[in-house]
Design a protein around this ligand. Structure first.
Ligand SMILES: *Cc1c(COP(=O)(O)O)cnc(C)c1O
Length: 383
């Protein structure tokens, strides 16, 4: 039995509204400053800088834009190589390809599904400019190894931390390891303003130029601070700054950060505990979080024994009004990935996992009844 979207009892994702979004938007409008870098942008920026002790945070219109800023800041030129997982979202790679870089796809670890640090050294050449680890599902990559490999070869590390806000690796926040790190506030992420992002700048040498690139290549920020007496065009750039209306929405979400993360932790733990028997009977794997990682509770997935098992399970769930999705078809095998030289068999773990991974409904306002229904429906599935 197929269900229409409107029949869904448990959608895959639903953005949460936490209370003060409209009030703050109204206030931003009342203040009369709705373009970039108004008072709510400042509030969000200060929140992140304080929470994560960042030298600098710049809000952007998306994580994609923050990644594009990172590629500009690193002066990526045609022919430069970047090491990226194939198991990620297109923007992780696109941002660098726009500057002419050649992506070198690196396979993932079978346990955390993060970039496999043990094969990075083999992939490094004289042209390698950066490693872009993605903390999949908000579980930290092996940052000690990644940072020491990068240091050995004088390569930058840019964390794509779209999933990992508030996650930690060995007690240190994700997004504070790389020279730069990028965040997403897309509607599918833990905190949202519809479309939004941020660039975390951990290496202070990038701050001054980042402010210029973000503001159309002008030194407007220095002008406002009284550091220069004329505001003028000084470098290349684009418009990467979000409207203060979006920042007002985001700030209303960030105010509830502790509660949101706690709620997501409870949902995640409920799934994990309730499904441990099921996973044994069905030969399915549940997510693995190494003991030295505190995850960000971004998603809940299962890894089924086969592609066929996953397809029939998805249909079964859909027949109960539950919408589950698979995730990340390997970038190296996509139409664009093949044009860039991607070959079947070059990232075997990525290719295997992407056929078997299934993401269950997971969002902040998911109710206990809904999670119970998902769990019951998994138990009633006959493969
Ligand atoms: C969501 C996501 C992005 C893109 O975020 P936007 O804010 O939509 O640009 C980039 N990388 C990863 C890993 C993501 O999950």
């Amino acid at each position: 039995m197929q269900t229409k979207n409107s029949d869904l009892i448990v959608p895959f994702n639903k953005p949460s509204f936490l209370g003060s979004e409209l009030e703050y938007i109204t206030d931003a409008i009342r203040q009369g400053h709705i373009s970039g870098d108004g008072s709510y942008t400042k509030k969000c920026t200060e929140f992140f800088e304080k929470e994560f002790s960042l030298p600098k945070c710049l809000l952007t219109t998306s994580c994609t834009d923050a990644l594009e800023m990172a590629a500009l800041l690193l002066n990526i030129n045609p022919g430069d190589e970047i090491l990226v997982p194939s198991f990620t979202f297109v923007s992780t790679v696109n941002a660098f390809i726009l500057r002419g870089a050649r992506p070198v796809f690196v396979d993932i670890r079978p346990d955390t599904l993060n970039i496999d640090e043990s094969i990075l050294r083999k992939k490094i050449t004289s042209k390698t400019k950066a490693i872009i680890p993605v903390h999949y599902a908000g579980v930290g990559c092996e940052m000690d190894d990644i940072l020491s490999i990068a240091k050995e070869h004088n390569i930058a590390v840019i964390e794509d931390n779209a999933h990992g806000l508030f996650g930690k690796y060995k007690g240190k926040n994700l997004g504070t390891f790389g020279a730069l790190a990028t965040q997403s506030f897309h509607e599918t992420k833990n905190f949202t303003c519809g479309e939004g992002g941020a660039l975390f700048i951990n290496d202070s040498q990038y701050i001054a130029r980042a402010e210029i690139l973000r503001d159309k290549g002008t030194n407007r920020k220095q002008f406002y601070r009284g550091l220069v007496d004329k505001y003028t065009w000084v470098d290349i750039g684009s418009s990467f700054l979000p409207s203060d209306i979006l920042s007002a929405f985001l700030y209303a979400q960030l105010e509830h950060a502790t509660n949101v993360q706690e709620k997501r932790r409870q949902i995640w733990n409920f799934y994990f505990n309730a499904l441990s028997e099921w996973s044994k009977h069905t030969n399915t794997n549940l997510p693995f979080v190494p003991p030295h990682c505190e995850q960000a509770y971004h998603m809940f997935y299962v890894i089924t024994p086969s592609l066929e098992f996953r397809s029939t399970l998805m249909e079964h769930l859909q027949s109960k009004g539950i919408y589950s999705v698979f995730h990340y078809t390997p970038l190296h095998l996509s139409e664009m990935g093949k044009k860039l030289g991607g070959k079947l068999g070059s990232c075997p773990i990525t290719e295997d996992i992407s056929n078997r991974i299934l993401r269950l409904p997971f969002f902040t306002s998911l109710s206990i009844e809904q999670t119970q229904l998902v769990v019951e429906s998994l138990y009633s599935f006959k493969p």
